[in-house]
Design a protein around this ligand. Sequence first.
Ligand SMILES: C[S@@+](CC[C@H](N)C(=O)[O-])C[C@H]1O[C@@H](n2cnc3c(N)ncnc32)[C@H](O)[C@@H]1O
Length: 220
Amino acid sequence: MPSPQASWSAPGLPEGRRSLTAYAYHFGPGVAYQPAHRFIAADIDLQEGVWLDIGCGPGWLAIFAGAGKPELDVVGIDTSKTMISLAEDNKQGRLNVTFREMDAREVVYPQHTFDVVTAVQTAHHWDDPAGILAEAFRVLKPGGRMFIYEADPEATIPRDWIRRRGIWPPDSFLKRRWKQYGMDQARWDQLKAVGAASPFGTECEDDRHGFYRRLVLTRR
Ligand SMILES: C[S@@+](CC[C@H](N)C(=O)[O-])C[C@H]1O[C@@H](n2cnc3c(N)ncnc32)[C@H](O)[C@@H]1O
């Protein structure tokens, strides 16, 4: 098994410091992006079946996706033990949402398990996108879809997509972070090329949702 990615933001940091970055994410972006995650959950709107969120972080997308849907099971996976424990706290005992420490390069579910796979703001961390797309293809049911989202620093940020305390965080701060840590157009184009070369092949649609660039890959 390939070794799990050491950290989502700071490879090489000792374990204690890595946990700090996860906590910082939980209290910062993890809160700010909650409305965006609600919009994503509402847009995909899967009512029943099984949904996999890879790189789930503090778990809000999985939690919003599963809310009020007893026929839907949502699984969130992340390589960060701290993120998974924060997600467990956030889910407050919801029975149809499960979080597991797992690398998206090696998903321990059988083929044709999931109706939907999402990956929000995690693709810019992947050192093996081809391997992750191949795994997503394997675990998706025929006809199932994978949605990859990355914030676009050039996008207009819809007002209600970010939870703010007063004026914090301002758009300028968010865009600076996305420029610093996210994907520019060239990296996004590389990801699209990986998608086109993956088993998804031509079933790879590039569009937008809110302030995100979005790739929708359909498993034939
Ligand atoms: C910037 S956070 C985004 C979290 C969440 N999706 C969100 O939008 O708030 C990226 C997450 O991807 C996770 N990650 C990175 N590579 C991964 C991999 N190969 N498998 C699973 N999780 C991964 C990191 O540990 C981190 O929690």
